[in-house]
Every structure is written in structure tokens, then in C-alpha cells.
Design a binder for this molecule. Structure first.
Ligand code: N01
Length: 540
């Protein structure tokens, strides 16, 4: 391997940062369709992105497996079967390794390489990318494929360094696993991750105490093995599934009902909720069209789900804490689970309401609350989420045109043009950046759309002899206003503590980051931008 720590940087047409779903496909298109000399730089020592890091107990995707895969190649599609309704972390990682082999991507992926900085050289019209090890790379196009949820958020609770036991964040889980057998385990966090982890940790832990700040809804996933007939069905119906996921606003393989909750009588409504509960998964959100548009409609779903918690959880005080939910259903990312609420019926599992009695500090023997109560623990699991969307980008020191810094430019919140380009940062593309539908959709579909749009844009530049492209400040300003308006037309901003708003990270600006206008509309907007000669961009 060549190193370029001292002299001139290694030269490429394009550098892609990250080897998850986005980076692998971006490499394939740039290298194999456009013929660009491309290199992927990846922090981890394997491919997989999110699915490389998130090895916590119970890690599994909430998208159904026939929709959580690439759709750009029928041949690739037919070469892989998932084994369960929802793919588990190991299986998704295996799938991405299979893709890397099948498309012969590995020679152009440099693992164990953390990008720390990237600076635009205006005179050369190129980016210089620097890694933690001091290697330098130069490229005309720089593409971030760093994921939306890859910057682990370990809360800054005083005393953590004094804790006598071991602690882990779910997004940085040890590869060798964690042995909970007989141990006193404390878990902080009850988002999608925490809700998946609780039942699995409880299987072996001596005791499990869940520290809940915000109670959460959850719908049973109803996971299970796929039989051979179902696998064949998904293989044979590639075109239908692809069309379906590309034609629904949230890119999942099911349609959102056009019926409104408030138009139904109560018996019909309950019957529809019960049916969706029995089918399980994110489909619950699609039962009625107005669940995220009308608080009154949402209340009917919320009440149904709170009722289920009270039905399942036997101890009334535990049921009260778990069902004391303060936001509309699906205003935060709605989790799905396998036996989450049932797990609280086990004698060795309990919940502590840390909204009522907040965590004061961590002491050598465990977690101390404001009341002075100390929960003695051997292991603390932080299922405390991520510095979402902007975190992974801002962890790289981007220096744009004229020496401007992304950290300064985004001090009051991110600004992008259609999620993929940032004014002041020429020839930089951000796959599923802030302002894209990304996390509000089944991620694979926005990833593929962005990656293809970026490849088309670069192809156009080369065909037309354009060396430099940059989003205009006016376009980004208008787009972020539209992103805000799209969110405000829904109930999403009503979950004031959600990571969609950056509210989970102290000091982070409160800006609603993902585009809530839906994937179908977003694709039309991006296509129109390209068709109008890359409207909102300055090209030269
Ligand atoms: O993180 P979260 P996550 N003291 O931010 C709590 C995707 N995902 O990793 O709500 C006490 O949702 C925090 O409390 P509060 C999915 O998009 C997908 O669970 O801020 N508690 C909350 O309960 C998801 O939305 C899948 O009051 C603290 C929890 O920690 C996203 O990843 C699976 C705290 C964090 O919840 C993130 O989910 C898993 C503190 N200091 C995740 N700080 C699949 O598809 C935070 N919390 C499978």
C-alpha cells in the first residue's frame, strides 16, 4: 500500500467516505459505470457501516427483509435470501460482505482508515482528504457516505470514569460480546435500540434495571423465519417490490391507507388497530392516513397502544411508568419489539422513572439518582442514541472555499440543497445528508436515490466539461425553510426531545433535520433539479 503522509497526496478522481450501504453502491457506480478512479476510506476494519458497529443484543432492522436490500440489480437481488421477516445485524453484515465480494469492491476499499479532515483547494479544484494516520488523498469529487446514525451519543453524566463495573454504548458494542450472566445490569435509554436490547439482556442478566427518561410506544415486530416459499416469492417478485418501495412516501413495502381515523366509528377503528397490532411492525403507522397529521386522530392510536401496555404489564405502577408517554405516536421514530413490555413481568426486571427522579451521577458502585437512591450495577448499557445526521459530518473538519469551516457554517443548524450539497463546499456530495428524507424512510431507498443522483451529476459534469459544482446559498436557504415547513405540516415536531430535532444532544441547535415531505416527492424534486440543468447550483 502506498502511503502519503509526507509528500504529495495520493490522487483519485473520487473519494468516498464510508463503506456501508451508501459507500459500497457509490463505489460501484463511480468505478464501474463512470470509470472513475475511486477509493473508499472506512474507519472500521470491515464493511457494513451501521451494521458493522451496532452489534448490541437484539440488533435487528425494523424494515422488512424483502425491502432492506439493494434494488439496483436483479442479479444481485437473486443471489441473496434473508432468513427472517426482519434481518438481524449479523445477516445484514453478511449481506453487505456478499455484495462487496460479488461486485469485487474490496480492492478499492481502504479499511481502518479514519478521515479526520478535508480541505478544498480552489486553485487545484480538488479536495485534500487527511486521515487520522496522516495519509493524504486528493480528489476532484468527495462523497460522504457516513450514515445518519453513526456518531454514538454517550451522555455526559458525571462520574462515569469512576464506575467500577464495565459500560458500553450500543453503537460501539464489543465484537466479542458482553457476558451478562448473573450480573446486575443497568440500561439507560428506551428508544428503538433499548427496546430491542431489553428482552435479550434479560435472558441472562442476574437483574436488569431500565432507566427510562421518556416512555415510548412499541408495536410487536412479529418476527419469524421465512419459509422457502416466502423466500422464493420475494426473489420472484423483485420488480413488484422495487416498484412498491419506490412509490410509497416512507419507502416501505406497504401502502399507507387513504382512510382517515376520524372518519371511522370507534369499533371499526379499534378493529383496524387490532389487526395491525396482530400483523405487527411499522405497518401500524400506515393504518390511517391522518395519524401524523391530526392530533385528534393520533390520540386514537396512542390510546390503543397505551392500553396494550397496561394490558401486558401486570404490575400497575410499572405499567403506569411505561405507558406515561408524552408525545404523539410516531412523532419520534416508532420502535417495534419482540417481547419488550412482557419482559417487565419478569421478577428480575424493573423500570426506574428518571424523568421523575433524574440520574444525578455515576458512582463507583452504580447509578445515583437525585433522590440519593443508588442502584448498584456491574454493567451499564447506554442505549442513548446518536448525535444524528450532523454528528458524523461534523466529526470531520471540513474546510470549504476560502477556508470556511463547516462547524462554523452549521453552528446554527445544517444547511443543504436537497440534502446532498452544501453551499461553500464545491464538489462535495453528502449521501442522505440533513434535509434529505433519509431516516424518515426505509433507508435503502433514499440511499440508492442519492447515490444514483450523485453519479448522474458527476457524469453530466464530465460530459459537459464542468469542473466545479456548488450549491447556491439561496437554494440551501429555501430548501431548509421547506424542510421546516414540511415538518411543521405534521405532528413530528411535537416530540420536542427527539433526535430528529437534535434535542437529544445538549447544545445542539434545534432544527428539524430530515425532510418530511416523503420520498416520492423528494425524488421528483431532485429529478427536476437535474432536468433544469442543476437548478440551485453554480457550475463552472
Ligand atoms: O436512540 P434514541 P436509539 N439520561 O435517541 C435516552 C435507529 N434504529 O439508538 O427520549 C437518560 O432513539 C433517551 O431518552 P429521551 C432508529 O432510527 C433503528 O434507540 O431523550 N436517558 C432515549 O430513551 C432510531 O430512532 C433500528 O428522553 C437518556 C434513548 O436514550 C435511531 O436509530 C434499531 C439520556 C435514546 O433513544 C436511534 O435509536 C435501533 C440520559 N442522559 C435504532 N440520554 C432498527 O431499524 C439519552 N437517553 C433496528
Amino acid at each position: 500500500m502506498t502511503t502519503a503522509t509526507g509528500g504529495s497526496p495520493q490522487s483519485y478522481d473520487a473519494i468516498v467516505i464510508g463503506a456501508g450501504f451508501a459507500g459500497l453502491y457509490q463505489l460501484h457506480l463511480l468505478r464501474d459505470r463512470l470509470g472513475l478512479k475511486t477509493r473508499v476510506l472506512e474507519t472500521a476494519d470491515g464493511v457494513g457501516g451501521t451494521w458493522y458497529w451496532n452489534r448490541y443484543p437484539g440488533a435487528r432492522c425494523d424494515s422488512e427483509s424483502h425491502s432492506y436490500r439493494y434494488f439496483f440489480s436483479k442479479e444481485l437481488h437473486e443471489s441473496w435470501d434473508y432468513s427472517e421477516r426482519y434481518p438481524g445485524q449479523e445477516e445484514i453484515r453478511a449481506y453487505l460482505n456478499h455484495v462487496a465480494d460479488k461486485l469485487a469492491l474490496r480492492p478499492d476499499i481502504q479499511l481502518s482508515t479514519k478521515v479526520t479532515a478535508a480541505a478544498w483547494d480552489e486553485a487545484a479544484g480538488r479536495w485534500t482528504v487527511t486521515t487520522e494516520a496522516g495519509e493524504r488523498f486528493a480528489c476532484q469529487w468527495l462523497i460522504t457516505a457516513v450514515g445518519c446514525l453513526s456518531s454514538a451519543n454517550v451522555p455526559n453524566i458525571p462520574g462515569l470514569e469512576d464506575f467500577r463495573g464495565e459500560w458500553h454504548h450500543t453503537g460501539r458494542w464489543p465484537h466479542e460480546g458482553v457476558d451478562f450472566a448473573g450480573k446486575r445490569v443497568g440500561q439507560v435509554g428506551t428508544g428503538s435500540t433499548g427496546i430491542q436490547a431489553v428482552p435479550v439482556i434479560a435472558e441472562t442478566a442476574g437483574s436488569l434495571t431500565v432507566f427510562q427518561r421518556t416512555a415510548n410506544y412499541s408495536v410487536p415486530a412479529r418476527n419469524g423465519p421465512l419459509n422457502e416459499q416466502r423466500k422464493k416469492e420475494w426473489r420472484d417478485n423483485f420488480e413488484e417490490v422495487r416498484k412498491l418501495v419506490q412509490s410509497t412516501p416512507n419507502a416501505h413495502p406497504f401502502r399507507i391507507s387513504t382512510d382517515r381515523a376520524l372518519d371511522q366509528d370507534e369499533a371499526t377503528r379499534l378493529e383496524r388497530y387490532q389487526k395491525a397490532w396482530d400483523i405487527g411492525g411499522l405497518r401500524f403507522r400506515a393504518v390511517f392516513h391522518d395519524l401524523l397529521l391530526s392530533k385528534e386522530a393520533n390520540d386514537t392510536a396512542a390510546e390503543f397502544l397505551k392500553g396494550k401496555i397496561r394490558e401486558i404489564v401486570k404490575d400497575p405502577e410499572t405499567a403506569r411508568i411505561l405507558s406515561d408517554i408524552d408525545h404523539p405516536y410516531a412523532a419520534k421514530r416508532p420502535p417495534i419489539d419482540t417481547n419488550y413490555f412482557d419482559t417487565f413481568n419478569l421478577d428480575h426486571v424493573s423500570v426506574v422513572d428518571v424523568r421523575a427522579d433524574p440520574i444525578r451521577r455515576i458512582v463507583p458502585e452504580g447509578i445515583e439518582l437525585e433522590s440519593g437512591a443508588v442502584h448498584e450495577l456491574d454493567v451499564i448499557v447506554f442505549a442513548t442514541g446518536f448525535d444524528a445526521m450532523t454528528g458524523p459530518l461534523l466529526s470531520i473538519d471540513f474546510q470549504g472555499a476560502g477556508g470556511r469551516r463547516l462547524r462554523d457554517d452549521w453552528a446554527a443548524g445544517p444547511k443543504t440543497w436537497v440534502g446532498v450539497a452544501i453551499p461553500g463546499y464545491p464538489n462535495l456530495f453528502t449521501v442522505t445528508g440533513p434535509g434529505s428524507p433519509s431516516v424518515l424512510a426505509n433507508m435503502i431507498v433514499p440511499i440508492e436515490q442519492h447515490v444514483e443522483w450523485i453519479a448522474d451529476c458527476i457524469e453530466t459534469m464530465r460530459r459537459e466539461g464542468v469542473e466545479r459544482i456548488e450549491a447556491t446559498p439561496a437554494a440551501a436557504e429555501a430548501w431548509m425553510a421547506h424542510v421546516g415547513d414540511a415538518a411543521n405540516a405534521t405532528l413530528l415536531p411535537q416530540a420536542g426531545h427527539s433526535w430528529y430535532l437534535g434535542a437529544n444532544v445538549p447544545g445542539k441547535p434545534r432544527v428539524f433535520m430530515p425532510y418530511a415531505g416523503g420520498m416520492v416527492r423528494f425524488r421528483q424534486i431532485c429529478d427536476a433539479v437535474a432536468a433544469r440543468g442543476y437548478e440551485g447550483f453554480a457550475m463552472g
